[in-house]
Design a protein around this ligand. Sequence first.
Ligand SMILES: Cc1cc2nc3c(=O)[nH]c(=O)nc-3n(C[C@H](O)[C@H](O)[C@H](O)COP(=O)(O)OP(=O)(O)OC[C@H]3O[C@@H](n4cnc5c(N)ncnc54)[C@H](O)[C@@H]3O)c2cc1C
Length: 532
Amino acid sequence: MEFTLASSASAKTALLSCHQMRLGSSKLPNVWRSSLWRSRSSRRNTSLRTVALSTTAGLGNTMEAPAANAQNVNYMWPDKKRPRICIVGGGFGGLYTALRLESLVWPDDKKPQVVLVDQSERFVFKPLLYELLSGEVEAWEIAPQFSDLLANTDVRFFKDRVKCLYPCDHLGTNAPTAGTVHLESGLLIEYDWLVLAIGAEAKLDIVPGAADYALPFYTLEDAHRVDKKLRELERKNFGKDSAIRVAVVGCGYGGVELAATISERLQEKGIVQAINVEKTILSNAPAGNREAALKVLSSRKVQLILGYFVQCITKGVEPQTSDAEPKSTDSAADHSESVTLELQPAERGLQGQTIRADIVLWTIGSKPLLPQLEPSDKPYDIPLNARGQAETDETLRVKGHPRIFAVGDSSTLRDRNGKLLPATAQVAFQQADFAGWNLWAAINDRPLLPFRYQNLGEMMTLGKYDAAVSPSFTDGLTLEGFVGHTARKIAYLIRLPTDKHRVQVGISWLLKSTVDSVATIQTMLTKAQSGS
Ligand SMILES: Cc1cc2nc3c(=O)[nH]c(=O)nc-3n(C[C@H](O)[C@H](O)[C@H](O)COP(=O)(O)OP(=O)(O)OC[C@H]3O[C@@H](n4cnc5c(N)ncnc54)[C@H](O)[C@@H]3O)c2cc1C
């Protein structure tokens, strides 16, 4: 990798003129409705240098950006004529848009230069995070490095955090850039086209104590943290009769999948309680998935506390014993680090209750990250809904911004019936396909296509050999147990980002299931022999 410094008067002029135009405009359309939010960062030094980065063979396309707090430098795109696309966020929306752009056929002079920026060095296939807790998958399988995934492409990857955005495509001028992305390292990336895909984060500030004492399960790091905590508890309780008490807050897909996975992992060494404000679990899921989940949770003795919301979580207080509280089988159990959850009934007629847990997993709520990219010095005009997602038109372009596309959890769009699209990988994945195509169409002066979401069905893991899959095209059919598990794994294998990764993971899973099958047959044979 090689860094070359050069001056770029045009880039500087473009950026400054862009800023000036924005400051001078008194009629900016409304936005960043979350105007109460202010960046934690201080105002940046906008003095510009230009940096040209080029890759050398064998190093792939990953580039370390300049060190933090360095003076701002302007990224110099290798080609001055070809379109410049900057994609921020390398999840289901961002990474798959980059790969889609790579797969399209371009006229030579129009093939865009694509930069992908992500704060992490790994793409995370979030629907398979539960399998890290069951030991079913390894981190490299569900969280491959961007440098590996993009090794044979022209996409350049920056591991850096996007700090703020300065779009100017809405100003309708002939500025030589459609806007600039500021990275935490000080790198400034001018673009002709921008794709917003930074997703969302867990929302823990819903009740007092949740941020301090509950663990989210949203990122690879969260999954590692939960696994580590479970290991510690398993070690501490080894050889004792005491049960590890796990409280899962929320019984949507996330809560139910966690409760099923952890109860299977701990078996009789754990007591899993799942709390839900509604009187049922998975209220919006297909009935088949709900019934399959209820069967599995009941067979694993997961205690469902339904019709309650968590009022607060506090540290280590020994509460009055309540009927709902699980009885520890060991009076000498060490629960010194336990936490207490105060539960209030959601409806009249139920008593409040208090439960204790050694680990609390929080699965309720999420918070889109886009509002955090608002510049600290002034609000500007990306239209956001009340949750902080960019409002797009049907072609996935942000309203009022012809050069910005937004996909996945960063965006909001309604289907033809006026229903908001869910924040799911399925939506982000399908939008990436359209965003890639529509970028191609826009650059080649062709008509853009309206995005149409196709709900293919819903899947959930229920443990190592268990899952529920309700495809949308077979009304009322739910694949359960091992069949559902296999169908889900195959569906996700097909959706892994690249052919190479798919093959590597496919071989790895095949080997593991072969070893598992041999072990099962051996156990059966041993049992049969000892029985005879
Ligand atoms: C545990 C879990 C299980 C799930 N299971 C399912 C499921 O079974 N089916 C389903 O359809 N959906 C599922 N989802 C939802 C699904 O994963 C998301 O809807 C999907 O990932 C959204 O894609 P995205 O591209 O918008 O965001 P993400 O995939 O979250 O990607 C966002 C990327 O942006 C990066 N980023 C964020 N901020 C910055 C920044 N400032 N600078 C640089 N990079 C940044 C992040 O590092 C990340 O790589 C699950 C989610 C979770 C958490």
